[in-house]
Design a protein around this ligand. Sequence first.
Ligand code: HAM
Length: 422
Amino acid sequence: MNTIQKIKGVADLFEPESTAFTRLETVAREVFSRYGYQEVRVPILEKTELFARSIGEETDVVQKEMYTFPDRKDRMLTMRPEATAGILRACIENKLFAEHPVAKLYSFGPMFRYERPQKGRMRQFHQLDAELLGPREPEADAEVLLMLWTYLRELGLRKLCFELNSLGCAACRPGYRAALAAYYSGLDTAALCEDCRRRKDTNPLRVLDCKVPACKEATAGAPLITDCLCPGCAAHFAALRAALDAQGVEYALNPRLVRGLDYYVGATFEITSSDIGSQTAVAGGGRYDGLIRDLGGPDVAGIGFAIGMERLAMLLPETRPPAPDFFLALLDQTAAAEALALAQALRTQGLRGDMDFAAGSVKSRMRAAGKSGARFCLLLGAEELARGTVVVKDMAAGSQAEVSRTDPGALRAALANPGANA
Ligand code: HAM
């Protein structure tokens, strides 16, 4: 019978990737909780309208990349392409802001985008997302960036580049859009890619962020948003930069950084790496004041980021789970029930180990123990069964001792101390 294969752009994660993912989550929980963040879990399926209204009708994500389908009652549903919209919907629906003027939330999970798969770009990928809802001050932006910076450093990643920009607010944008439109009107649009020929009218800022070399070249002289900021946005951005400078966070200003989602205003950022192939963005985020109101909630400000876990995992040194403490090998099938009881007793005491359910020769059992990577091999046959003992073999030292099974202290001591039987 032919086997069933996974669909394109998704991955099965075994060791060592699964351990790397666990590490990313464990360190995030630890670091984010120091900053007062709490975990939230929100649905993968949402009404399509949520994403169209928040991410923006004209974005590539909404136009081309969403997994959208009617359910059995013809309601349009979408498998989330990102986490921010769902988290905000959940806060509004659960009236979180009535009780808490400030919310600090993080979440992990799978996201779905119908993109052309390549290294670091999947159709099902995972994000680690954090959102700070409430404060509008530049110090809040700085705290979010410092948390991300601290997280990456605690993972041992110091070679990443922080790119920073301000996209301005509703007051700065009309003037900037007009300046861009004037610039585009003098351009030979034949030099732009097909997407940018459309974008220059529907989403003019996005043209600046296009990765196609011809578009980059054609728009090299475009006006920059940072030259068009209103006094409020300019002061906010300067204060954020001063706070980051004071903390020794290195960043590069990138006035062409636009981001692929339309809800951003003010500070935006991306963390990039040259070590993960052509998809260089490991994380991205920014401020989105006004989005909560646009989704029907109160006028609460917000800023956050999401990290692509597949991309970050590629940068981690390989991590493997710790070696098991014991491997319990049966030399005689009559000892099977006792072996199971012994393994259970050791695991209940907190030791990690595996057991072989089938009996075999000492030689074959030792080979299996060696493969398992365990520090000790425990051998149990008919003779040990009768004597109330078990043979404890120290795999590294090659020494062995016969230890009482009924004296838990003796067995524990033998297992706690590699090399002691030599
Ligand atoms: P984003 O830049 O669209 O932002 O995605 C964040 C990160 O998710 C990217 O930097 C990248 O590492 C990863 N990513 C995106 N698409 C893929 C893919 N197809 N395959 C693998 N990794 C991918 C957001 O999603 C915003 N919601 C971030 C945010 C939170 N802004 C404010 N709060």
